[in-house]
Design a protein. Structure first.
Length: 201
């Protein structure tokens, strides 16, 4: 189950959000070494949390084991902004930024494509379709963009690859369509109607 927390419902779900912030710190700071995101209290947050974003919290055994967020009209990594990226996004007034996508190290899918990360992707696409969000942009490593394309999603690459803490980062713009969502479910061989199911909390 994917719990969705909006700016309006965030005050009622501090415990879930606190779990997500600590998970983000473990993944992005402790594991990836992105020291610019370090927080002394071990809670990775920025100006979009929680009032400027929609949080997607993947639950496993009663805890937050994966998360992502959508930021309407924003969410760019300020350390790797370029004029080309800004120009691409300002021409798309309805875009949302996808960020902080991560899954706990203990339960990642390994070679299995149908896993918690895939459930998060389906949930994000479904939410975007229901809320008339035509495009989602993300700044991520090439492997994530390859996964999106493997799942049948149309992804436009914007700008040149940029180094970030020893990794390559690319900006991709995901086209959100009903056909893309259906193809994604087909390639995952999803017969369970509850896989990637969302619940507003």
């Amino acid at each position: 189950m994917i719990h969705i927390v909006t700016p309006e419902t965030a005050p009622k779900h501090n415990d879930l959000l606190e779990q997500a912030y600590r998970l983000r710190h473990r993944i992005f700071v402790d594991e990836k070494g992105w020291t610019a995101w370090t927080k002394p209290d071990g809670r990775e947050r920025d100006e979009y949390d929680p009032g400027g974003s929609i949080s997607f919290l993947a639950m496993s055994q009663g805890r937050v084991a994966g998360c992502a967020r959508l930021v309407p009209g924003g969410g760019m990594n300020k350390e790797i902004i370029t004029g080309e990226k800004i120009a691409a996004l300002t021409s798309r007034p309805q875009f949302c930024g996808l960020g902080r996508f991560c899954v706990d190290m203990d339960i990642r899918g390994g070679t299995k494509i149908k896993n918690l990360a895939s459930a998060l992707i389906l949930s994000l696409l479904g939410y975007a379709l229901e809320n008339d969000i035509p495009e989602i942009f993300c700044e991520t490593d090439p492997n994530f963009l390859i996964l999106l394309r493997f799942l049948g999603l149309r992804v436009e690459i914007v700008g040149k690859p940029m180094p970030y803490y020893g990794h390559t980062m690319l900006m991709g713009i995901i086209d959100v369509t009903q056909k893309g969502l259906e193809t994604c479910r087909e390639r995952l061989s999803v017969n369970d109607p509850h896989f990637g199911e969302r619940m507003a909390v």
